[in-house]
Design a binder for this molecule. Structure first.
Ligand SMILES: NC(=O)c1ccc[n+]([C@@H]2O[C@H](COP(=O)([O-])OP(=O)(O)OC[C@H]3O[C@@H](n4cnc5c(N)ncnc54)[C@H](OP(=O)(O)O)[C@@H]3O)[C@@H](O)[C@H]2O)c1
Length: 320
């Protein structure tokens, strides 16, 4: 697969979000299936894997997902980039470095590795971002992380952090129906050599065209019950976007999910999406978006069509 550089870390142009093997999209697969799916993605050229310490069934514990990712990638560790994230519960006067380091050591143990490629603060808490940036800079110097990032942040926070320790990547929600980051954040990232890693790039499945107003989500641990674009009314409202995507995909001999990813890859040179799926075949389908090259005319056609369609539901940077 083609690769991209997140500041100085080379990764496959499309990465893999591993969350759903532990949390967020209903029943989780067996550990064996999850490990096979991750290895299969690697065999198809994926070298960028996204996890977080908090990804566990019902968010009730720590490390379920990191353990699976660690087991899956142990034997190919040096050929892949692993990204994980921490939640920091330390106030303005706490020892931020000590606390971040403790979290990191836990993650490294579960991931069976002695370094993490990309370490994100999952959400801003009460610690000032400058202190977090300083701690991350020390961890880079310690050789424990190769780079660092922030998730769900706006440009002023990014700028404050960047001035202390240059960022490797920003991981925000971004898709054809969640475009807040286009105004200031992605341009800032391009200008400052920061990668941009969109999460929920298929809008939690909406842009695959497989979800209809009749689709029943699961009762337990399924974020689709509250993703704004996926309420019954909004699935209906968003049908014109899905239909446009389906028509375009048919002409291009690709799938709607692939087109939604190819669109962002074409649009920005620093974007590396991390679609999530707990289904082996769909994971490979999503990685295949790297082979769907859009011409300038095709891209403009998509962009114009999108700009002319109303999006129903908005999660934005404030949402969990
Ligand atoms: N930083 C953060 O705060 C944050 C928040 C959320 C997620 N993330 C990361 O981002 C990754 C991706 O986000 P996400 O999983 O929320 O959203 P997503 O990739 O937009 O969508 C995942 C959903 O779409 C379905 N899907 C994926 N590919 C499909 C395809 N080709 N055809 C049909 N359906 C498809 C999946 O169903 P199946 O499983 O049935 O295929 C799943 O229900 C996560 O794994 C996680 O690593 C980060």
């Amino acid at each position: 697969m083609k690769t991209r550089i997140l500041r100085d870390i080379e990764v496959s142009e499309v990465g893999m979000g591993c969350m759903a093997f532990s949390h967020g999209y209903g029943q989780i697969p067996s550990e064996q299936y999850s490990i096979e799916a991750i290895r299969n993605a690697y065999d198809h050229g994926c070298t960028f894997f996204d996890t977080a310490e908090i990804y566990s069934p019902n968010l009730s514990g720590i490390g379920h997902n990191e353990r699976i990712v660690g087991k899956s990638l142990k034997s190919v560790r040096n050929n892949v980039a692993i990204a994980t994230k921490l939640f920091l519960r330390v106030g303005p006067f706490g020892d931020v470095y000590k606390s971040v380091r403790e979290h990191l050591e836990g993650s490294m143990k579960r991931l069976q590795t002695d370094y993490v490629d990309l370490y994100y603060l999952h959400r801003m808490g009460s610690a000032p971002v400058e202190k977090v940036a300083e701690a991350m800079g020390r961890l880079i110097n310690d050789g424990l992380i190769r780079g660092w990032g922030l998730s769900q942040v706006d440009v002023d926070v990014i700028d404050r952090a960047q001035k202390v320790t240059p960022l490797t990547a920003i991981q925000n929600i971004y898709s054809m129906v969640e475009r807040d980051s286009e105004a200031k954040i992605i341009p800032y990232c391009i200008e400052n050599n920061i990668g941009f890693v969109p999460f929920s790039p298929i809008a939690s499945g909406l842009l695959s065209g497989k979800i209809t107003p009749q689709t029943q989500f699961e009762e337990n641990d399924d974020v689709r019950n509250w993703v704004p674009q996926l309420s019954r009314a909004n699935i209906k409202g968003n049908q014109p976007i899905v239909e446009m995507l389906k028509d375009f995909a048919a002409k291009k001999n690709a799938t709607p999910a692939q087109i939604s990813l190819a669109w962002m890859l074409h649009k920005y040179p620093n974007v590396v999406p991390i679609p999530g799926s707990k289904n082996k075949e769909r994971i490979i389908e999503n990685l295949g978006s790297s082979n769907v090259d859009l011409t300038e005319n095709e891209f403009t056609e998509l962009e114009n069509a999108l700009n002319g369609l109303k999006v129903y539901g908005h999660r934005g940077l404030g949402g969990f």
